[in-house]
Design a protein around this ligand. Sequence first.
Ligand code: DP6
Length: 340
Amino acid sequence: MSAKATVEAPANIAFVKYWGASDLERAVPWEASLSMTLRTCVSRTTVEHRPEGGGDEVLVCGAGGTLEPPERAFAGGVLAHLERLRRWAGVAGSFRVATENTFPTGSGIASSASGFAALTLAVVACLERRPPAAELSDLARLSGSGSAARSVLGGYVQWPADAEEGGTGETAAWPWTAVQVAAADHWDLRDVVAVVETGRKEVSSREGHRRAPSSPHYARRRELLAARLAEVRRAIEGREFARLWPVVEEEAIELHLIAMSSRPPIFYWQPGTLAVLERTRRLRGEGLEVCFTMDAGANVHLICAPAAEEAVAAAVAELGCGVIRDGVGDGPRRLDEHLF
Ligand code: DP6
């Protein structure tokens, strides 16, 4: 008898960035990061386990609801993670997987984070396993997408957790676990994404992590991170936008400073990126609670208070960018409707 499960997992946007890993294959970060889990930008993944075997199969949903074979690199990453999860579960047989995203893939909106979180959770669900969230987040990052560890939880999420919160260091069974620092309903923040480009970025995050320590600024970044993380946690705890935005923008700029000063350098920004940053500063000057952040891509996430969302979205559209309206969400959920 085959068993099937479908899970929807959201992307997340980091306020304190994961950039640089001591083990790239297994996504072991040098430092902790912290993100907001989104609710509109999601991956949906159906996994069917076939005990009789027959080889794993990976499909993506194309336009018009057809299931198609994915690009080779994408399929390779999924197949490797399926093998890892099969070993973790101690089962034989094969998996059939279909997946879809509600947002442009590979463009600075974290599709691997939501994709690998959804895949991990759907495999676990179809095998009827119920491990604790800490174990799930650690399983997700073994895909090589570290930010996937944060997408298995909702609200505001730190990865890895501090030692006293369950991030228990390399000797523990699940050493790099994520922790929710606040639930989504603690603070309603919105994320208006200014889509500057929809193409796949030229340099992957993985390559960016690999090059990060070659930047002369990277060692200094590592010294500053603990204080920044603490400041963001204080801002979230007290719902203080005035405390949050300077750190969030500093983090975004520094991620790109490190990328641009890596050897060889990486430029993710496009001219449109700079226009959005400039506009954000002006909006804030006009009294709106809004700030910018970016991941490894040209698109800009405008984090804002609900009262600022309309004006922010209008300003982004006026600049000629695509607009995705998102906000903090409750995290992954199981769906009754399957993709096949
Ligand atoms: C810039 O290695 O998790 O988004 O696998 O492409 O999702 P993907 O990237 P990952 O690195 C994420 C880097 C970042 C910052 C962050 O999300 O913390």
